[in-house]
Write a protein that binds this ligand. Structure first.
Ligand SMILES: C[S@@+](CC[C@H](N)C(=O)[O-])C[C@H]1O[C@@H](n2cnc3c(N)ncnc32)[C@H](O)[C@@H]1O
Ligand code: SF4
Length: 464
């Protein structure tokens, strides 16, 4: 078996040695470098430039549907908490307006290969309103045959009408938030979600014929222990989803007010968290799941595994994807797009977003234009994060540089990691070894020119 998709090797000592704050590289430059100097006009110019290209990239569309009925204390997502479901109608009206502004700039014939509805809780919005949104998308954009269309489901907030709508509309991917089945953990995070309810929705999704089902778990939640979380992991393995995300709990009570409702003393210690992670990796890989990369596992036949082997896997704001090379348009409040050589984020407050699109405008308020150096480093970091191998000649050909001369400093920084068995540095390539798989962002960080400029790492969460 190639080392590249062999299960990661877990070495507590090494993990502790390298544990430090670092970016998760869903973008490069990372979000702290987005700035308000790049606004709606700069974004519109890049949208127009890329639509004037002879062969524009395929399209990927992300829709942010921000509402949730009640707060999960761990949540770090961009959410509007409300019990008023009519807000969904008004919101969808505005999303349609934003789509009008975008669609009018699209070169005719561009095909959409990927659509994702995320949140918040998309199904907080009643099914008839979501149908209106879907029809609005179809009226404005051309869907490629076989396009990947997915939605995030909270099992507590989904109806049969929603599921039937998604299936009829042609959605083929479901992503479901579970987090932890343990009743005490659920109580502590204010998210009561009985196992029977979740498994019922899972079974119903299978019966309806959705091609791929993903579930989200979080490790590091209050009252979790290795033994208790192992029970959740066993139950998940028994229900056999196609993909599993196990996120490291980003606990930032100073920044996220509702996280302060979690009793500090209930948080697992760093040693316990490590042991939970070890158990998670052992159990899922032991059950036949392939470790795709940061936090993600998939069944061996899943296209993410195929893409890992074929070196076509890509990483963006939605995590790992097989759809590399797309222009990703973010639609809706707070959503982030990656179009041509820029990243752009929409306004974060609901009213400000709705006001911006109301007048027919775009709602971008910050972003960043990529330099040639950014584009090249993003490629290097993406290859390391997604393929666990980087062939120097491919970068040299693509960017007309000498790899060792350009990245000498990064290579020197990787030398101790080679000595520790995380990475192997060959004349022609860099390979992430099984011991380095859980530390892949540490291996990417030496190539990050922004970190080099100093002191910024504190803005990021820790590696494990
Ligand atoms: C945007 S949420 C949407 C899912 C849906 N609303 C639900 O909760 O079922 C996507 C996922 O982000 C993860 N998540 C949310 N807050 C997090 C945090 N602070 N740290 C790590 N993961 C988090 C959860 O696993 C959640 O399922
Ligand atoms: S985890 Fe999901 S349901 Fe809970 S508050 Fe966050 S977005 Fe809403």
């Amino acid at each position: 078996m190639s080392e590249r998709w062999a299960p990661p090797v877990f070495d507590k000592e090494k993990i502790l040695k390298y544990d430090r704050p670092g970016p998760r590289y869903t973008s490069y430059p990372t979000a702290p470098y987005f700035h308000e100097g790049f606004g709606a006009a700069a974004y519109a110019a890049e949208v127009d430039r890329t639509n004037a290209l002879e062969n524009p990239a395929p399209l990927s569309l992300y829709f942010h549907l921000p509402f949730c009925r009640s707060v999960c204390y761990f949540c770090g997502c961009n959410v509007t908490f409300t019990k008023d479901r009519t807000l969904g109608d008004v919101y969808v009206d505005h999303v349609l307006l934003e789509m009008d502004a975008l669609a009018s700039r699209m070169k005719p014939g561009r095909k959409v290969v990927q659509i994702h509805w995320g949140g918040g809780t998309p199904t907080f919005i009643p099914a008839p309103t979501l149908r209106r949104l879907w029809e609005g998308i179809r009226a404005r954009f051309d869907l490629a045959p076989g396009a990947e269309v997915g939605v995030e489901l909270d099992p507590r907030a989904v109806t049969e009408e929603h599921l039937v709508l998604f299936r009829e509309a042609g959605f083929n991917r479901i992503s479901m938030g579970i987090q932890d089945y343990d009743p005490e953990v659920q109580k502590a995070v204010h998210r009561i979600q009985p196992q029977e309810m979740t498994e019922g929705i899972l079974r119903r999704c299978r019966d309806l014929g959705f091609e791929s089902i993903n579930v989200d778990l979080i490790y590091g939640l209050p009252y979790q222990t290795t033994a208790r979380f192992a029970q959740t992991v066993d139950k998940i393995i028994a229900s056999g989803p196609d993909r599993i995300a196990v996120f490291n709990f980003a606990y930032l009570p100073d920044l996220i007010g509702h996280q302060r409702a979690i009793p500090k003393e209930a948080m697992p210690s760093p040693a316990e968290k490590l042991s939970i992670l070890e158990m998670v990796v052992e159990k899922f890989t032991g059950a036949g799941y392939v470790y795709i990369g940061m936090d993600h596992f998939a069944k061996p036949g899943d296209e993410l595994c195929v893409a890992l082997k074929e070196r076509t896997l890509y990483r963006n704001f939605q995590g790992y994807t097989t759809k590399a090379g797309c222009d990703l348009y973010g639609v809706g409040v707070t959503s982030i797009g990656q179009v041509g050589r820029c990243y752009a984020q929409n306004r974060k407050e609901l009213k400000a977003y709705q006001d911006a699109v109301h007048g027919g405008g775009l709602a971008v308020f910050r972003g960043v234009a990529l330099s040639d150096d950014d584009v090249m480093r993003r490629d290097v970091i993406t290859r390391l994060m997604c393929h666990f191998v980087l062939y120097k000649a491919e970068i040299e050909r693509e960017y007309g540089i000498g790899f060792d001369a350009t990245f000498g400093e990064a290579l020197r920084e990787l030398a101790p990691m080679q000595a520790d068995g995380l990475v192997s540095l060959h004349d022609d390539r860099i390979e992430v070894r099984p011991l380095g798989r859980l530390l892949v962002r540490n291996i990417a960080m030496p190539f990050d020119a922004y970190l080099r400029r100093g002191g910024e790492a504190k803005r990021f969460s820790r590696t494990v």
